[in-house]
Design a binder for this molecule. Structure first.
Ligand code: HEC
Ligand code: HEC
Length: 209
C-alpha cells in the first residue's frame, strides 16, 4: 500500500514537472527511445556478389541519408523543413545567396554555432541550406546515389572526399547530436562512414530506380 502511494506521488511530481512547461524533459525522453540502430559494415562481408553487397551497404546507409535530420536541409524547393514530420520551415525562410537565407532572414540570425535547447533551435557554425544540386527530398535512394557520386552535382567531390565528408564532416555529424526534441539519425556517424567506405570499396553501385 505504501509503495502504491509513493508511486502515485512520484507520478504526480513528474506530471507536474512536465506540465510546468518542461517540453525539454519530455522531448529528451522521446529522443532517447526513438534511436534506430545501423547494421555494421562487417555484417555485409559475407555477400559474395560485389554488386549485391555494394547495393546492400548503400541501402543501409540510406537509413541515415533519408532520415529527417538530413532531408530537412536537402530540400528540392528553396525552403527547408523542420522536425521529424518534415513540415515546412516556420517562419517561411528562403534559400537566399549561398543557401544562407534572404537578406531579411539569414539562417545565422536564429541558428547559432551550437544547438540552443531551451528554445529548441538547432545550430552549427556552418548552418545553411544544401545547394539545389544536392536536393534529396522526393528522390529515390537510387537517384540520390547517382547524384552524390557525380562531381558535377556533389560540389566537385572525389569518392575519397565523399567518404571523408560523410564520415567526418561536422555539419553532417550534427545529425547524431540534433538537440532537444529531435530524433538522432540512425546508428553513429562512425558506423555510417564505415558503410559508405565499404560501399565505395565494393564498386559504389547504386540501387535501381
Ligand atoms: C543545416 C543543413 C544541413 C544538414 C542538417 C545536413 N546537410 Fe548535408 N549539406 C549541407 C550543405 C550546406 C552542403 C554543401 C556544402 C558542403 O558540401 O559542406 C551539404 C552537402 C552534403 C553532401 C555533399 C554531396 C551531395 O551531393 O549532397 C553530403 C554527402 C551531405 N551533405 C550529407 C549529409 C548527411 C548524411 C546529413 C545528415 C546526417 C546532412 N548532410 C545534413 C547542409 C546540411
Ligand atoms: C526567424 C528564425 C529562423 C531563421 C531565420 C531560420 N530558422 Fe531554421 N529554425 C528556426 C527554429 C526556431 C527551428 C526549430 C523549430 C522546431 O523544431 O520546433 C528551426 C529549425 C530548422 C531546421 C530543422 C532541423 C530538424 O532536423 O528538425 C532546419 C533544417 C532549418 N531550421 C534550416 C534553416 C535554414 C537553412 C535557414 C536559412 C535559410 C533557417 N533555418 C533560418 C528558426 C529559424
Amino acid at each position: 500500500m505504501k509503495t502504491t502511494l509513493l508511486t502515485i506521488a512520484i507520478a504526480m511530481a513528474c506530471g507536474a514537472a512536465v506540465l510546468a512547461g518542461s517540453r525539454f524533459i519530455e522531448a529528451e525522453g522521446a529522443q532517447a527511445e526513438a534511436t534506430v540502430a545501423l547494421k555494421p559494415a562487417s555484417e555485409f562481408q559475407d555477400i559474395q556478389d560485389k554488386r549485391t553487397r555494394s547495393i546492400a551497404l548503400f541501402q543501409e546507409a540510406g537509413k541515415v541519408i533519408q532520415s529527417p535530420r538530413c532531408l530537412n536541409c536537402h530540400p528540392v524547393t528553396d525552403r527547408p523543413t523542420q522536425g521529424d514530420d518534415m513540415h515546412l520551415h516556420e517562419p517561411p525562410v528562403q534559400r537566399g545567396a549561398g543557401g544562407m537565407g534572404g537578406p531579411a532572414m539569414r539562417c545565422f540570425s536564429c541558428h547559432g554555432a551550437a544547438n540552443f535547447d531551451p528554445a529548441k533551435v538547432p545550430g552549427n557554425p556552418r548552418w545553411m541550406l544544401a545547394p539545389a544540386s544536392m536536393a534529396w527530398v522526393g528522390k529515390s535512394l537510387g537517384q540520390i546515389c547517382a547524384q552524390i557520386k557525380d562531381p558535377a552535382r556533389n560540389g566537385g567531390k572525389s569518392m575519397d572526399q565523399l567518404v571523408e565528408h560523410m564520415a567526418r564532416d561536422e555539419l553532417v555529424g550534427w545529425g547524431w547530436h540534433p538537440g532537444a526534441g529531435r530524433t538522432p539519425a540512425p546508428g553513429t556517424q562512425e558506423e555510417f562512414g564505415a558503410l559508405i567506405k565499404a560501399w565505395t570499396e565494393s564498386g559504389a553501385y547504386c540501387p535501381k530506380g
